[in-house]
Design a protein around this ligand. Structure first.
Ligand SMILES: CC(C)(COP(=O)(O)OP(=O)(O)OC[C@H]1O[C@@H](n2cnc3c(N)ncnc32)[C@H](O)[C@@H]1OP(=O)(O)O)[C@@H](O)C(=O)NCCC(=O)NCCS
Length: 173
């Protein structure tokens, strides 16, 4: 049975393991711990499969400038599923449940830099045509958003800024 829930203190070690195994390196796992230590997490979800933690999704706040419309948004990263549990719909379920929770927390847009072949099937579309540019230099097709609530984007260019921890992670990659 598959169940998605909010992380607890007891999950921290397993979440590290899921990210390290999912990405095949420790960078993302370290990043998650760093963000948690610096109170940079909006929502951290785990997927339990028959009582075993097998997936993780992390949402953290972003800042949008200029902020005339008062956007209250987050980014989804990282998203990881243990290799032996991939392709069973666990990643998709984490994203869908995450979107519902993010909406209920009052956030409007979920941004991410991710696989252009994976996220569109979950409703993500390119963010640049909607007037949102990423503070980092990333390919247009990888820079995506999902509106948790319908937002009224005026025809104004805005820049999305991540928590400072992301800059450190990007520089070390
Ligand atoms: C990306 C990831 C979270 C997807 O989790 P999952 O539980 O396997 O996803 P789902 O079962 O919901 O969806 C699986 C589908 O997505 C596809 N998919 C998975 N990763 C993909 C990728 N990187 N690019 C394109 N398609 C991908 C699979 O081929 C599969 O397609 P199918 O249903 O047509 O066979 C998982 O593959 C993972 O942990 N990857 C390593 C870490 C990573 O790259 N995270 C994303 C960072 S942007």
């Amino acid at each position: 049975m598959l169940n998605v829930r909010v992380e607890t203190d007891n999950d921290v070690t397993t979440i590290y393991h899921i990210n390290a195994q999912g990405f095949g390196r420790e960078k993302e796992a370290e990043f998650v711990n760093h963000l948690r230590d610096h109170h940079g997490i909006t929502l951290s979800l785990v997927a339990e499969y028959n009582g075993l933690l097998v997936g993780h999704a992390l949402f953290s706040p972003v800042r949008i400038e200029p902020d005339g419309a008062g956007f209250n948004s987050v980014t989804l990263t990282p998203l990881a599923v243990l290799p032996e549990y991939q392709r069973r719909g666990i990643g998709s379920m984490l994203v869908r449940e995450g979107m519902e929770k993010i909406r209920s927390l009052g956030h409007d847009i979920i941004f991410l830099v991710g696989h252009p072949e994976y996220y569109p099937r979950l409703g993500f579309t390119q963010a640049k045509p909607k007037g949102f540019r990423c503070e980092f230099d990333v390919p247009d097709e990888a820079w995506m958003l999902l509106e948790a609530v319908k937002v009224d984007c005026e025809k104004l260019e805005r820049t999305v800024y991540f928590r400072p921890e992301f800059r450190m992670a990007m520089e070390s990659s």
